[in-house]
Design a protein around this ligand. Structure first.
Ligand code: MG
Length: 396
């Protein structure tokens, strides 16, 4: 395909999700900590030849912005339009936001997050060549055509295919199909092009490319994501999942600030140490270094070195992040617990999570911080010190 073929993706995400229990439409259900629609858009974003993405949803639905776009990484999404009552009206609304310089229109379901980039490329290639192409998989079950509950035909199984998306069309062809087939009842765009008599090429689809319709579909895809995260390393080929732990204690004294995850927490006492004695950040650093096999905080930042005197531990965390990045490590998640008799830390938990996530450049849902007391027992219970423990998993 020539470099000049501009491809724009229209993503149908206006569904109300009536087939699933609960009020949350499928595109906003969470998968690995992010909405299904985010995953779909993110995958389209990775398809190099797609220059921009238009989302067809309920534009007034704040979740589109607050939960999907706000997760980041979707720079190609530059248009949004409200859908109609039927799919054809929705896609037509998206098509109207495209212009004639965009030669190929790729249509995709917002609730199909598991297609491969290669599949999108093959469908685009076939559309460039023949004008219209769709992903489809051969039927494995025998298909019956029935009327009023009685079979009227059993088509040859080899000739039966189940349509998926992505589907791609030359723009002029799709515009004409919408104009010429106003009365055709269509659950996909290919039907309109077929009605016009234009051949539509089948491209072998993917079994994993499930359209999330039921609760069971969501569970199936969740386990696919978990397998990918654990075995092949969230998209990195050959990565290994590794786990590290960190533990740290600092003494509580008068005349020092209490700093946890870089935040100053109001308290009559603070933690004593060479740096700012941010016990939580120290345990997270040790967990990350442990996972990467890079030693520990004392070896990297010795307390005999004046450079680290009173330093914000978040700056040390920045350095650890840079080391991890340089080695190709990718953080999967961090789970930490602060063990303190007082003060009550609950009001600060989410701010602490955001602070650490931002210094580590990870999503805030990849980090969890908890707080506990020791019921008055031991040095923590006597308020002589505060301890912190953390576990980190990375792919390296
Ligand atoms: Mg320490």
């Amino acid at each position: 395909m020539s470099e000049r073929n501009k491809v724009v993706a229209l993503v149908a995400a206006a569904g109300r999700g009536r087939r699933m229990p609960g009020d949350i439409p499928k595109q906003f259900r969470m998968l690995s900590g992010k909405p299904v629609l985010w995953h779909t858009l993110s995958r389209l974003q990775e398809v190099e030849r797609i220059s921009r993405i238009i989302v067809i949803g309920h534009v007034s639905d704040a979740r589109l912005h607050d939960e999907v776009i706000a997760h980041g990484g979707l720079s190609k999404v530059d248009g949004m339009v409200s859908g109609g009552a039927q799919r054809r009206e929705s896609v037509l609304a998206g098509l109207r936001l495209t212009d004639a310089t965009e030669e190929i229109i790729l249509v995709h379901d917002g609730v199909r997050p598991c297609f491969s980039r290669a599949l999108a490329d093959r469908v685009i290639d076939a559309a460039v060549k023949g004008g219209a192409a769709i992903a489809a998989i051969g039927a494995t079950d025998t298909v019956k055509i029935a009327k009023d509950g009685v079979i009227i035909e059993t088509p040859d199984r080899d000739s039966v295919w189940q349509a998926q998306t992505p589907q791609a069309f030359r723009r002029d062809l799709l515009v004409r199909a919408f104009e010429m087939a106003p009365s055709v009842k269509a659950t996909d765009e290919s039907t309109l092009v077929e009605a016009m008599g234009h051949p539509v090429q089948l491209v072998e689809g993917e079994l994993e490319n499930v359209k999330i319709t039921t609760e069971q579909d969501l569970h199936q895809i969740e386990s696919q994501f978990a397998r990918r995260a654990g075995v092949s390393g969230v998209g990195r080929v050959g990565g290994n999942l590794r786990v590290g732990q960190g533990y740290d204690v600092h003494r509580l004294v008068e005349g020092r600030k209490l700093i946890l995850a870089g935040l100053e927490i109001p308290h009559p006492k603070g933690l004593l140490g060479h740096s700012d004695a941010d016990v939580l950040t120290h345990s997270v650093i040790d967990a990350l270094l442990g996972a990467a096999g890079m030693g520990d905080i004392g070896r990297l930042f010795p307390d005999t070195d004046a450079a680290y005197k009173d330093i914000s531990s978040l700056l040390l965390l920045d350095q650890v992040r840079a080391r991890l990045e340089a080695s190709g490590a990718r953080i999967i998640n961090i789970d930490a617990v602060v063990i303190a008799q007082s003060p009550k830390l609950q009001p600060y938990i989410s701010a602490m999570e955001r602070a650490l996530a931002s210094h580590l450049a990870i999503q805030v849902d990849s980090i969890s911080i908890k707080a506990t007391t020791t019921e008055g027992l031991g040095f923590v219970g006597r308020e002589e010190g505060i301890a912190a423990q953390a576990v980190a998993s990375i792919v390296l």
